[in-house]
Design a protein around this ligand. Structure first.
Ligand SMILES: N[C@@H](CCC(=O)N[C@@H](CS)C(=O)NCC(=O)O)C(=O)O
Length: 204
């Protein structure tokens, strides 16, 4: 198994994070997405004609969508899947097109109608906040289950990185609690812009 990966990609990080939380070894092949746009090279397009990352290749299997890869990685761990996940996988692609694009605009200079894109991101965050607040009334922190599932992993990166695209997370207390819960999961790994929740060590 090998992941064609770019360190600053939120979608690639979903896959790296999932594998780390499962304790699975995931060899990486770093792709020079920026500035070289290596994902558009003939060799990479032969692997994924859509010209996107991540790409997971395992024997004859090639998966080119992060949600498919999350499902594949957790195929033998049913506790990471829930019948409600699909709704949030769809929502994760909305986050990618709004908050994710705003971030690529700000950090890599992607073209975007930035005000409209940020507005869509805020709309999505309000929806997420409402859902997580309802869950909190029932003492639940994760999106679809009492433990994290692929829905949480799919939605986490672009939400956590929203400030990199100029969208502030201050107005969303339930989202911030949810992000902290994910950042403190055993096996959690970081990416630039997302840090592990370090425990405070109090002197005895
Ligand atoms: N639906 C895809 C979207 C992944 C995606 O947006 N990838 C970005 C990198 S974060 C990409 O490859 N974009 C191509 C480009 O910007 O040229 C998934 O989640 O796997």
């Amino acid at each position: 198994m090998i992941l064609y990966d770019y360190v600053l990609s939120a979608s690639c990080y979903k896959v790296r994070l999932m594998a780390a939380l499962l304790g699975k070894d995931l060899p990486l092949r770093a792709v020079n997405f920026h500035p070289a746009r290596e994902h558009m090279s003939p060799a990479m397009l032969a692997l994924n004609p859509k010209g996107t990352l991540p790409i997971l290749s395992e024997d004859d299997l090639v998966l080119t969508d992060s949600a498919d890869i999350l499902r594949h990685l957790t195929a033998e761990q049913p506790e990471w899947q829930n019948s409600e996940d699909d709704r949030w996988i769809t929502f994760a692609s909305k986050l990618n097109k709004s908050l994710g694009l705003a971030r690529l605009h700000d950090i890599l200079g992607y073209e975007a109608d930035i005000d409209a894109v940020r507005r869509d991101g805020v709309k999505a965050l309000r929806q997420l906040e409402e859902h997580l607040t309802e869950r909190r009334f029932d003492g639940l922190i994760f999106l679809t289950s009492d433990t994290p599932t692929i829905a949480d992993i799919a939605c986490f990166p672009n939400t956590a990185l929203a400030p990199d695209g100029g969208v502030c997370l201050d107005p969303y207390p339930s989202i911030r609690l949810w992000l902290r819960a994910i950042r403190s999961l055993p096996g959690f790994i970081e990416m630039p812009g997302i840090h592990r929740l370090h425990e405070m060590a109090h002197p005895a």
